[in-house]
Design a protein around this ligand. Sequence first.
Ligand code: PLP
Length: 477
Amino acid sequence: MKYISTRGQSPAQRFTDILLGGLAPDGGLYMPETYPHFGEADLAAMRGMNYRELAYTIISRFVDDIPAADLKTLIDKTYTAETYHYVREGQNAEDITPLLTLEPGLHLLSLSNGPTLAFKDMAMQLLGNLFEYELARRKESINIVGATSGDTGSAAEYAMRGKHGIRVFMLSPEHGMTRFQQAQMYSLQDPNIFNIAVHGVFDDCQDMVKAVSNDAAFKAKYKIGAVNSINWARVLAQIVYYFKAYFAVTDNNAQKVSFAVPSGNFGNVCAGHVARMMGLPIDRLIVATNENDVLDEFFRTGNYRPRDAAHTYHTSSPSMDISKASNFERFAFDLAGRDAEVTRAMWARVDQGEMVDFKAYGLFEKVPGYGFVSGASNHGLRMQTIRETYELYGVVIDTHTADGLQVGLKHREPGVPLVVLETALPAKFGDAIREAIDQEPERPAELKDLETLPQRVEVMQPDVNALKAYIASRIDA
Ligand SMILES: *Cc1c(COP(=O)(O)O)cnc(C)c1O
């Protein structure tokens, strides 16, 4: 399996090469040159598999430069009941992504039972093990520099903590995360994890990270890398749970299932798209956004109109506060019939901050053929959905999942099971849950005192030179 760039001007690469890199040199995103296909007989054989077997069956079709036995070991060590153990009452941690059935035909898929209580652990934990393996094999090391406003940073830190050959420098806005999220990150005492609280907002953090990676000499000398959401391996890992959920809610492969996906960077739902392209009988892929509705606008109008940071709203589902969906280019590439020239022309405009009208390229009318529909939620609807879900089913859901459920229900069809991806546990977003149902979200017992643990964090001005000096001093030490 080779990987090609959506912009068509970079040489094809093997999996482990794109694993450690970021964007393709031509600015595009890497895609498998073809999608492996699972036919009727394959699906029948996969139906009885546990999560690890399923993960190996799927992932091994995309990876041919890691020996099979090693890949299997890495997958087996990633997807364990111990790692994904924050299950709800009645759920079995062995399922890794257990279902929570609200009523017949309506299910939540629990993707947030990992160490940071959000779905990003599903992919990031595998990435941590793959990175460590590949770096050791190449006798290399990497220093990951990233910016976070919450879930990504903590998922990266919990995936990379204690890993050989890897250091993580994670910038976060000094006042931009919940106390729970801060405590989650800042309480890590692993010597390879460095938390940096920037006296500024998230965009300051992101600008600092960009400035560091734009300094080619610094980047090369200090082996600076990233684990951003465009990493193909993250999308790949997420394909697995669409299959797991499909088998869990159907009893034969003639049935179809729809998925509602709380979306920001389009990574999660892109994995659903790939699963569908591989032959999984998915009916609808329901893209749910919050007030930052760039994706909903696209699926309603055909206009893709990324906004800048100044036009990004801060909402009560903050992990979806994204106005430029970095993985969307992957879908656009497929929609364009994998025509890299067309993708390149469209993204030349996106990169200028301009709107792209997919109708002008004759592509918007192709969207329904891919199963996509969409909707946008907002604070009022989110609160109402959390309240109603609690009253009707006795289940407390987080704000992102509420957006998914709210939009999903609008597109629900009779006779087609609807699976809503639960992308975070409510414990992470206490303020919003208190506002919705006037009570404290339940929290896993072992995290009861999280906020009282000693914290390890460096406070810094939004100053690139200070950041570089800090990184250099920690690496040279
Ligand atoms: C990251 C995140 C999302 C959005 O996922 P994308 O892959 O960026 O579309 C939704 N919900 C939660 C809780 C997240 O952390």
